[in-house]
Write a protein that binds this ligand. Sequence first.
Ligand SMILES: CC(C)(COP(=O)(O)OP(=O)(O)OC[C@H]1O[C@@H](n2cnc3c(N)ncnc32)[C@H](O)[C@@H]1OP(=O)(O)O)[C@@H](O)C(=O)NCCC(=O)NCCS
Length: 221
Amino acid sequence: MGRKNTKAKDKLLRKKEEKAVLEKHAALVESANSQVDPLSSFSAFKKFTKNGLNLDLECKPVGLIDDETLEAMFNLEKNNMKSFYDDCSWGWNDKKKKAEMCEESARYLIARDQEGTPVAFSHFRFDLDYGDPVLYCYELQLVESVRRKGLGKFMMQILELFAFSANLHKVILTILKHNPGATEFYKALKYELDETSPQEGVFEEECHYEILSKLNKKIYN
Ligand SMILES: CC(C)(COP(=O)(O)OP(=O)(O)OC[C@H]1O[C@@H](n2cnc3c(N)ncnc32)[C@H](O)[C@@H]1OP(=O)(O)O)[C@@H](O)C(=O)NCCC(=O)NCCS
């Protein structure tokens, strides 16, 4: 009888602790989401002038982005990624991708040239992922002419700054294994296989994607 009681108490205590942790994590995400423009705190990152590029960066929730910019970002996404999607079970679907890109929680980091044309963007969200508070990078897309000039790295550094200054636990993203450019890029930036990435052998067919992350050193040391 006595033992049962202790077990029940331990279970209750564990449940309470888990609930408190989840509430703390949800509060971190809510606080990150309360910022309209997280880039406003990092004005040194509003310009990228390197390797012949002269770009202006801005950060906005999807609801504040004009239709022309949304259309340009969708076209860039499709141009870069359609063939990769079509080469695996995901398949490309205009409607589905547009819906994902316009979900209310979507935020964008956008780089424009001096004519105002978007030449790169990242779609990201502040969210809970398996209970962890994270910045999820849904997309990082650059037009071909601005690649290999350090812009992708610069934009990921900005996302890391957003995440870690808000005490989120990691920056996380999904890559397609048959996209070697992206694989090499994230390897160079020291992203590693996340604990939530599908394990080899769990799926009947080989899984065509991996989940990578960079952990917040203040949390995981
Ligand atoms: C992947 C991508 C975002 C990289 O951005 P980028 O600005 O070209 O990359 P950077 O110049 O910042 O590269 C940083 C380092 O990553 C590595 N790297 C980047 N692209 C690479 C590639 N295609 N092949 C091998 N290594 C690469 C290099 O080590 C590079 O450093 P170096 O140029 O000094 O050698 C960009 O090429 C892109 O938009 N590709 C098409 C869309 C895509 O695949 N997006 C990722 C979806 S998950």
